[in-house]
Design a protein around this ligand. Structure first.
Ligand code: SAH
Ligand code: SF4
Ligand code: F3S
Length: 457
């Protein structure tokens, strides 16, 4: 007797870590015989991989969940799963709030999805949120892109930034071994991937939980060593990494990036605030002067490097003058991209219970002022691309104009140009930039060698 395969749907909220976890969970489900359904209403297994970094991220999850919980009343064989950071934060409480749920699983349990589902199919309602050693991934992820892939290198975070839920929901740092990472990168290369992004919440912490020290007293395995270790994998043309923490960012790493041709000149280094008192209250462990020194050092090695960051406005107690220090930093550094957010008090974090919270009006006003400055500065930064020849790794068709393809420059700028996706997907091509906008570029493919190459031939 043949049965129609069950269909699954995953909606992913939040950061790249969650995206990578979703790809692994999708791989597990497909190994189990499930088939992907784009429309959640056609699926009999729905998994929400959730984010709780700010209150609005969490509320979004509840509104999605409410709709599917209603559906379950008419369709009792529907399997409903909440994974990720809301699952970890709320645990059992989620079952009380949404009794229709079958499985609540924290991010550390992503690779255990098959085991957990077996318990569900045996008739249990399951909560998996205890701290565990993360299993080395033995399944094949179902990756969203055929060109560029995420590679987790360190899970969790040992920092205690006073606003942040991540250490509570992602647990302590756990680095994968360099050998396991290299094996995954080799496998990706053999599948035709051209670009990889190494991932960690605090990627500079990579290796400090692995054994071994060098004769100079350094940890034996650092992010810098890892870059050297994986750099020669044939077929991989570009290597990126995120997210960097200013407290641990080293000149040794900057040198490696300048020296290793595959490592792209793009740095994502959140600064959060341009004011030293606020940085101290956030427990970030650096000053704005140190942050500026890092950017200056990067630019002294790689003058054209793209710099992006995250910032928070309206942290408890932030005065107008302190906020202006953030504006000043943004004005002076000139970021290529800045992710901005108004401070959101999170359960279980120290700053949430401080008495000096700012009003929503003040936060919204500062966010708007900062965003305005960011778009002006990003547009200014974009100007340097005009008429330049950039290497673009083609990822996809431009969904808004099917005569064009899109990809990214080494500096991570989204770039569109006329072309045929079936011919160009996964290729790195030279594109002359003809039009610049704040966050994207348009150009045309060039076939002649660039003048620089002519000189060196
Ligand atoms: N590990 C990274 C970022 C993790 S979370 C780092 O250390 O920078 C991603 C971003 O969300 C943060 O950089 C911060 O800007 C923002 N964020 C985190 N907690 C927040 C909160 N409570 N309110 C507003 N923004 C927050
Ligand atoms: Fe959160 Fe700070 Fe860890 Fe980043 S470094 S994840 S902001 S606690
Ligand atoms: Fe959100 Fe969890 Fe990432 S809280 S930002 S999905 S680590």
């Amino acid at each position: 007797m043949t049965t129609t395969p069950r269909r699954y749907h995953i909606t992913t909220f939040g950061c790249q870590m969650n995206k990578a976890d979703s790809e692994r969970m999708a791989g597990i489900l497909e190994d189990m015989g499930f088939e992907w359904s784009e429309d959640p209403n056609d699926a009999s297994l729905i998994l929400y991989n959730t984010c709780t970094i700010r209150d609005n991220a969490e509320q979004k999850v509840y509104s999605y969940l409410g709709r599917q919980a209603k559906r379950k009343l008419e369709q009792p064989d529907l399997t409903l799963i909440v994974a990720g950071c809301v699952a970890q934060q709320e645990g059992e409480a989620l079952l009380r709030r949404v009794p229709e749920l079958d499985l609540v699983m924290g991010p550390q349990h992503a690779n255990r999805l098959e085991d957990l589902l077996e318990q569900v199919f045996n008739g249990n309602q399951v909560v998996a949120t205890e701290a565990v050693h993360i299993m080395e991934d033995i399944t094949k992820p179902r990756r969203d892109s055929a060109v560029t892939a995420w590679v987790n290198v360190i899970y969790g975070c040992n920092e205690r930034c006073t606003y942040c839920v991540v250490p509570n929901v992602r647990g302590v740092e756990q680095s994968r071994t360099p050998e396991a990472i290299r094996r995954e990168v080799e496998e990706l290369a053999s599948q035709g991937y051209t670009e990889i992004t190494l991932l960690g919440q605090n990627i500079d912490a990579y290796g400090r939980d692995l054994p071994g020290v060098t004769p100079e007293g350094r940890h034996k395995h650092t992010l810098t060593d890892l870059l050297y270790f994986i750099h020669d994998v044939p077929g991989i043309e570009r290597i990126r990494f995120a997210t960097s923490h200013p407290r641990y960012f080293t000149e040794r790493l900057i040198k490696a990036c300048a020296e290793l041709p595959k490592v792209c000149e793009h740095f994502h280094i959140p600064f959060q605030s341009g004011d030293n008192e606020i940085l101290k209250a956030m427990a970030r462990g650096y000053t704005q002067e140190k942050y500026r020194r890092i950017i200056n050092t990067i630019r002294s090695y790689m003058p054209d490097a793209a710099i992006s960051a995250d910032a928070i406005v309206g942290f408890p107690g932030e005065t107008e003058a302190q906020f202006e220090n953030t504006l000043k930093l943004v004005e002076e550094i000139g970021f290529d991209l800045l992710n901005t957010a108004a401070y959101s008090p999170r359960p279980g974090t120290p700053a949430a219970v401080w008495s000096n919270q700012l009003s929503e009006e003040v936060k919204a006003d500062r966010l708007q002022r900062l965003n305005h400055l960011v778009s002006i500065k990003a547009f200014e930064r974009s100007q340097r691309y005009q008429n330049r020849i950039e290497e673009v790794l083609v990822e996809d068709q431009n969904p808004k104009d099917l005569t064009q393809v899109m990809g990214r420059t080494r500096g991570n700028r989204l770039t569109f140009f006329p072309g045929n996706i079936s011919e160009l997907k996964g290729q790195i091509v030279k594109v002359k930039i003809t039009e610049v906008r704040a966050f994207s570029l348009t150009g045309e493919r060039i076939f002649q060698p660039s003048p620089v190459e002519c000189l060196t031939v």
